[in-house]
Write a protein that binds this ligand. Structure first.
Ligand code: UD1
Ligand code: CA
Length: 426
């Protein structure tokens, strides 16, 4: 393929989202939509990825170059803003709000659009609402016109062939054609779709690839599909999921073969889960959780920025944040790694085969050596040496004959009384 530049149109206001976050930065399975697009197009090895952004945005960390569209005059105007940065012969233009786009669909567009001045991806949608409708020239796979839903007649609205918002252009063609685009439409905007008559229609293989996000509801719908794709990929690598529908795994997560993930589990970005682990139910593995082989993380355990060694068990009701935990460690129920002092986060280290008693608080920075113990219920603020036990709680005292000093309700007698009454009923 000859050289190609990519322009991501990302300057729209996103007003239909009804919140203050810039639309391309809304996250889908842990990654901003813009990042999803960049991942799909980067596989092409494009010459340059250029984002068109609004005056208040800065997307420079995602792309090679950015240009500002000062006023949101429409998608054609947005593309025009990028022209000074374009020097490849071909151009892929893509809306920033379609995070499910895949490399396969883009390859298809480029291959099937070969020899045309312009080509676009389309899909046949059961519910085409909100998309521009594509009207072909007779039976041919060439565009006669694209009508936005707002501008469509009742008959045109019934069409199910929609414009995905991904285009392939010969650069010299679009630089000329864009000059013929006017603002003669209901929004008085320059529509890029008005430069597409004559373009080759390329039907996408998987209609989900083209779904766009204009509203919060669409963001949720697209996220669900993204998560299903992630889960399918992970299961294909030999991971067991008891209930994929309630297993929420971000992009950028690896899970090793033979691991079992139970319902209600969330695994966030940049986590690496080893082989043969047992995770959940209801475990929350936040960013940068890294586990070894045969690790057990049970119900209501939260981890974050934590390295956890082979064979370690963290069974119940525990928070492990900013920690290095060795191999074959047992962490008792209700343990808290106290990592935050109100301003800074501190590290906790726990050595191999250490035994952390239930309901321990490990106040970081602190180190529990290998084969050291903490007594249940201890608040550990000092390091514990190898083979030692750290105990930090008051010694128990028992006060005799205390029962008689307490008021009591006799539940059993009350219960019996109620049942007796019922027995009297006819
Ligand atoms: C657009 C298409 C529609 C297609 C749909 C696919 C146009 C006119 N319509 O509609 O045919 O079916 O996408 O999802 O293109 N943008 C700018 N500057 C602007 C206006 C928009 O950069 O002045 C960017 C937006 O950030 C967005 C993209 O262009 O990424 C499309 O704009 P949007 O308002 O989302 O268009 P749709 O109504 O979804
Ligand atoms: Ca859109």
């Amino acid at each position: 393929m000859s050289e190609v530049d990519v322009v991501i149109l990302a300057a729209g206001k996103g007003s239909r989202m009804k919140d203050d976050l810039s639309k391309p930065l809304h996250k889908v399975a842990g990654l901003p939509m813009l990042e999803w697009i960049c991942r799909a197009v980067r596989k092409f090895n494009p010459k340059n990825i250029i984002a068109v952004q609004g005056a208040d945005e800065d997307f420079s960390s995602y792309v090679d170059e950015t240009v500002v569209q000062k006023e949101q005059l429409g998608s054609a105007d947005a593309l025009r803003c990028a022209f000074p940065k374009i020097d490849a012969e071909k151009l892929i233009v893509i809306n920033a709000d379609m995070p499910l786009m895949t490399e396969n669909a883009l390859v298809d567009l480029v291959e099937k659009g070969e020899g045309f001045d312009a080509a676009l991806l389309t899909a046949d949608l059961k519910k085409p609402f909100g998309y521009g409708r594509v009207i072909p020239v007779g039976e041919r796979n060439v565009v006669e016109q694209i009508v936005e839903e707002r501008d469509a007649t009742a008959d045109q609205e019934k069409l199910h062939l929609v414009n995905a918002g991904v285009y392939l252009f010969r650069a010299d063609y679009i630089k000329r054609a864009i000059n013929n685009v006017t603002t003669d439409n209901s929004q008085s905007e320059y529509y890029l779709t008005d430069a597409l008559p004559g373009a080759k229609i390329v039907q996408v293989a998987d209609w989900q690839d083209i779904l766009g996000v204009n509203t919060q509801q669409q963001l949720a719908a697209v996220s669900k599909i993204a998560r299903k794709r992630i889960n399918d990929q992970i299961m294909a690598n030999g991971v067991t999921m008891i209930d994929p529908l309630t297993t929420y795994i971000d992009a950028n997560v690896l899970v090793g073969t033979g691991t079992i993930i139970k319902p209600g589990t969330v695994i966030e970005h940049d986590s690496v889960i080893g082989a043969e682990n047992e995770i959940g139910p209801y475990a929350h593995l936040r960013e940068k959780t890294v586990t070894g082989i045969d690790v057990h993380i049970g119900n209501f355990v939260e981890t974050k920025n934590a390295k956890i060694g082979d064979h370690t068990h963290i069974g119940h009701l525990t928070y492990v944040g900013d920690a290095e935990v060795g191999q074959a460690v047992n962490i008792g129920a209700g343990t808290i790694f106290v990592n935050y002092d109100g301003k800074n986060k501190h590290m906790t280290k726990v050595g191999d085969r250490a035994f952390i008693g239930s309901n321990s608080k490990l106040v970081a920075p602190v180190e529990i050596a290998s084969e050291a113990i903490t007594a249940a219920g201890s608040t550990i603020t000092d390091n514990v040496d190898r083979h030692a036990m750290g105990i930090a709680r008051q010694r128990q005292t028992n006060k005799s004959d205390f029962w008689q000093r307490m008021p009591h309700e006799d539940f059993a007698t009350e219960y019996d009384a109620k049942h007796d009454q019922r027995d009297d009923q006819p």
